[in-house]
Design a protein around this ligand. Structure first.
Ligand SMILES: [Zn+2]
Length: 330
């Protein structure tokens, strides 16, 4: 509906009124006409809308100047009031598009808690939203645990006004009355040993700040473990492949294999077959739930040399004749 009364008249101030004056008058009028104070009174509601609209235009230096030079035309041509109110609601945290009694922001929103008489029925406190952050970690970081420094851009309570949206001088200049600001934050996250792809680490209270004194939400770090050229994993178990020679497979040997701690010595028994799997108990990854560690499984591949000289070939032939072993008929 068109509301074309002069904004200065609506508030009853002079054209040259200072922002402080406008604010003071607005507070006085808003207290009188706020729907919380006049439940069911349509006339008071209309009046409240009028004064709020006038206030939001006159308190915004850019909008006020537009209005001063163009009058209501400033907002009639190419100025969408619906989106204007949405913007006001977004920026200030209160306005007509906010849900609440009669669709208005509570008195507490308007007066930053200073208006204690009606505060009790005003907007309930609300817990801040949870945030999630997807974090890629290396295989070893996941296996051993690590500390990571994250640079997040997140909302936090305004440092200048402490979230009230106002300072002694009026609307807070740092947050424009929103009570919160977006800022870069560096957070240290301890990644426990054992995280896997899809693990959630909860940082209590590191989410968005709460509304009206409500507690902040939590921040969930969701990990994704990058593939590793040496190690594979399934839960807490680790899998590696180790190459051995024909001689080691036949006669047995002690070989070094990589584990997540350091190199480990592993015994290859005589007569080991290619593809055979050995288990190193407790050499896997720490179990996130429960205690202890998984195991490491080592699969051996027997590497066959491809560039033997004549003498070596003779020896192999001799060896074959001597053992007379037929793997397809044994
Ligand atoms: Zn502020």
């Amino acid at each position: 509906m068109p509301r074309l009364k002069d904004y200065y008249d609506v508030l009853g101030v002079q054209k040259n009124a200072s922002p402080q004056e406008i604010k003071k008058v607005y507070r006085k009028l808003a207290r009188k006409y706020h729907p919380d104070v006049n439940p069911g009174d349509k006339a008071a509601e209309e009046r409240f809308k009028e004064i709020s609209e006038a206030y939001h235009v006159l308190i915004d230096p850019e909008a006020r100047q537009k209005y001063d030079t163009m009058g209501h035309r400033a907002f009639a041509d190419g100025f969408d009031f619906t989106s204007f109110w949405d913007r006001v609601a977004r920026e200030t945290g209160f306005g007509f598009s906010r849900a609440g009694p009669g669709g208005f922001g509570g008195l507490e929103d308007l007066f930053g808690g200073a208006f204690s008489g009606f505060q009790a029925q005003a907007r309930a406190s609300q817990r801040g939203s949870d945030l999630t952050y997807n974090l890629e970690v290396d295989f070893m970081e996941a296996a051993r645990g690590t500390t990571r420094h994250l640079n997040l851009e997140k909302e936090s309570l305004c440092g200048s006004c402490g979230g009230a949206g106002q300072t002694g001088a009026g609307v807070c200049g740092a947050c424009y009355g929103r009570g919160r600001t977006k800022e870069a934050q560096r957070i240290n996250v301890k990644i426990p040993a054992g995280v896997d792809t899809g693990s959630k680490i909860r940082l209590r209270g590191k989410g968005e700040p709460g509304l009206n004194g409500g507690p902040p939400g939590d921040l969930y770090i969701i990990t994704r473990v990058k593939p590793d050229p040496v190690f594979a994993r399934q839960g807490a178990d680790v899998f590696v492949t180790v190459q051995i020679t024909v001689g080691e497979a036949v006669a047995g040997a002690k070989v070094k294999v990589p584990t997540i701690d350091a190199q480990a010595n592993m015994t290859i028994p005589p007569g080991t077959q290619g593809g055979q799997k050995f288990r190193l108990r407790g050499k896997g990854i720490k179990k996130l739930k429960g205690s202890g560690r998984g195991d490491q499984y080592v699969t051996v591949h027997v590497t066959i040399p491809s560039d033997l000289d004549e003498r070596s070939k003779e020896i192999i032939k001799e060896f074959e004749e001597r053992t007379a072993f037929d793997p397809r008929n044994s």
